[in-house]
Design a protein. Structure first.
Lengths: 355, 319
């Protein structure tokens, strides 16, 4: 069976168009045509590149020179197309292209869904896990940079700082890094941990405490943030959205700016719910390990929440305390076995820190 | 049965691509790029260029882009190796506690890649473009171009950027002047001084009119580029002439912005095809070269490294 049509042949040597009659031999799957001087050309169908360009079909054959036949006869082209489809000679790309506009609109929705899911779930998760590849030196570097810049303008209380460090020394905090505590005289009700092991406590939060077990609760909680590199993880998470967007838009400069922004906000860097939960659970364990009454932890949170009515303590905005969390700690107190005994040394030091 | 078709004496340049077709090309490319974690990118680029070139026609016959994903993937790997080498030098010197030297080496290295990438992009793109089977070609000399590039760059820096106008026009003249379309030569005769005045006037008027003049500035620039471009073969010539208008650019830009905003970016494909259509509709060609008599003179060149370095440096050199 043979099909025929008229085409225009370009020989790849000159731009002279030559009108030819093209025969398509289905059995042999070749294209046959004749040019000047009765020269017969036979093109193997597998070696032909089919392209639809500007509503005409171009058949390209050979490498150097590339020869071309331009065919405007749609029926003929469709018949070859169907034949090749049957022979499964189509690339993935062409199969997808042939699926039509409805499928393509569906692809669009699919792509947007992937981008959305990636942005809100996958990327932050990966970023958080990627902290492993960031050397701990970098945490220390960022932390001490912040510390040096900020403590310069703060009123550090040397006496209380010394007492607080002694207080912490009495405790087994399961810390992986050397910890250094600093007390700053300020009405701010806050405490924060820097990734290098510096923990800053404002006298404002110390003044709201009634008992030393509350201070141990606070320290235990902050130490867990340091041990698990929570602030670095949050930076990576916050950064991930930016990296994602800039990867799409092709802008890398902003990444450094974002690191800078985050470093400046260590003090109010808001931890995720998971990190707070982790810090609560492990903080509780630290209290139990040191034979301190874990009620101190829930007492502290209760007190901070009561205070919220008047002024919102900064501690709450960086460590969002929810009724859920307090409930959970109370649950732990009820279910987990623990023993505690009065620690006179800590009690004495606590009084020194408060006054 | 065979006959030589009638020689056209006038030239018709057209872009026939439809937005919906380009949309399909773009979406399928995106899908495959996402599913392959980005590795499809060189193939996607080839498909995109094949579409855009193929939908552009001269006297009813389409241009072709013959570049393949495979070629560009090879170039991509080479580009990664070259840029990776620069970065490893950078980190080596950082490690040796020589941060200033490290930065200088990185920046000079990247700067040295620029003429290399421009040269490579043009050689690749031109050699892989054809019309009626006749290849384009770029015959610039890499060494000559690089020396000129750094000379012009030096002047630009020491004139606090004023020489920049001359630099860009000189580059244009050199590059476009070395383009061949079979045995037809391209010529570009821009002048840095004219270009400088054009931009100065454009800038001042744009500021005075709160930005509205920008479209007319764009028109003048486009006219300047196109009207200074010509083709020659022996004593025969084709002159190019722009018929764009500031109003036309204004309308094009406003509608494009509305499409992008209205479709949340999905209409990008239509923006591209509308823009291409407008540009090709407004380039006139006049002259006496018989395009049927073009002959194949340019060699094949399949190394896409320059093209891919250009992608890395986020530059699109080919005009």
């Amino acid at each position: 069976m043979k099909e025929k049509t008229i085409g225009i042949f370009f020989d790849g040597e000159s731009a002279i168009p030559k009108e030819i009659e093209v025969f398509f031999d289905i059995e042999k799957s070749v294209l046959v045509f004749e040019t000047e001087n009765n020269q017969i050309h036979s093109w193997d169908l597998d070696g032909i590149a089919f392209q639809t360009k500007s509503k005409n079909t171009y058949l390209e054959y050979g490498n150097d020179p590339i020869q071309n036949i331009k065919i405007s006869d749609d029926d003929f082209v469709n018949r070859i197309h169907d034949f090749r489809k049957k022979e499964a000679n189509q690339s993935w790309y062409h199969k997808l292209m042939d699926m039509g506009i409805k499928a393509h609109i569906f692809f669009t929705v699919f792509i947007f869904a992937i981008i959305g899911l990636g942005y809100f779930y996958a990327i932050p998760w990966v970023a958080e896990k990627a902290v492993i590849i960031i050397p701990e030196d970098y945490d220390s570097h960022l932390g001490s940079t912040f510390f040096e810049q900020n403590m310069l303008f703060n009123d550090v209380d040397a006496k209380k700082t010394k007492a607080l460090n002694l207080f912490a020394k009495e405790l087994n905090l399961k810390n992986t890094k050397k910890l250094k505590f600093t007390v700053v005289n300020s009405p701010i009700v806050n405490a924060f941990a820097l990734p290098d092991g510096n923990i800053v406590v404002f006298s404002g939060i110390l003044n709201t405490m009634k008992d030393y077990d509350e201070l141990v609760g606070l320290i235990g909680h902050e130490v867990v943030h340091v041990n698990h590199r929570h602030s670095m993880k949050m930076i990576c998470r916050n950064l991930s959205g930016y990296i994602f967007v800039s990867a799409i838009l092709g802008d890398a400069n902003g990444i450094m700016a974002t690191i800078g922004d985050n470093v400046n906000s260590f003090q109010s860097l808001s931890y995720s719910r998971n990190f707070e939960h982790e810090a609560d659970v492990e903080g509780f364990e630290i209290l139990a390990l040191n034979k301190i009454n874990p009620k101190g932890m829930s007492n502290l949170f209760n007190r901070l929440q009561d205070k919220e009515v008047v002024t919102i303590p900064e501690f709450l905005s960086s460590h969002p305390v929810t009724t859920e969390r307090i409930k959970y700690i109370n649950e732990l107190i009820k279910t987990k076995p623990f023993q505690y005994q009065e620690n006179l040394k800590l009690k004495k030091l606590f009084l020194a820190i408060k006054n | 049965m065979e006959e030589t078709l009638q020689t056209p004496t006038d030239y018709q340049l057209e872009f026939n691509g439809k937005g919906s077709e380009f949309f399909s090309v773009t979406i399928v490319n995106w899908l495959l790029t996402i599913l392959t974690f980005g590795f499809y990118y060189p193939w996607a680029k080839a498909r995109k260029l094949q579409f855009l070139y193929g939908e552009t026609s001269l006297n009813g016959d389409s241009f072709s882009f013959h570049g393949t994903g495979k070629e560009m993937f090879r170039g991509f790997i080479k580009a990664i190796l070259i840029i990776g080498f620069l970065y490893s030098l950078f980190f080596l010197f950082l490690y040796l506690k020589l941060p200033i030297l490290a930065i200088v080496i990185l920046y000079l290295g990247i700067l040295a890649l620029v003429p290399f990438a421009i040269h490579g992009s043009y050689r690749y793109r031109m050699s892989r473009t054809s019309w009626r089977g006749i290849r384009f070609g770029y015959r610039g000399n890499r060494k000559e171009f690089s020396i000129n590039f750094f000379k012009w760059l030096f002047f630009t820096i020491f004139s606090f950027g004023i020489y920049g106008s001359w630099m860009s026009i000189n580059m244009r003249n050199y590059i476009l002047g070395n383009i061949r379309f079979g045995d037809v030569e391209f010529n570009s005769d821009g002048d840095g001084g004219d270009y400088f005045m054009l931009n100065l006037k454009g800038y001042l008027l744009t500021v005075c009119t709160l930005g509205i003049y920008a479209f007319w500035w764009q028109q003048k620039l486009f006219e300047y580029y196109i009207n200074n471009l010509s083709m020659s073969k022996g004593d025969k010539e084709i002159a190019l002439n722009s018929t764009v208008t500031g109003g036309g650019f204004f309308k094009l830009a406003i509608v494009n912005i509305l499409i992008i905003i209205g479709t949340l970016g999905i209409g990008y494909a239509w923006v591209v095809t509308r823009t291409m259509k407008y540009i090709f509709e407004n380039i006139e060609m006049e002259g006496n070269i018989d395009l049927n008599l073009l002959s194949q003179t340019e060699e094949n060149y399949k190394d896409a490294t320059g093209e891919d370095i250009g992608d890395f440096l986020d530059m699109d050199f080919v005009m």
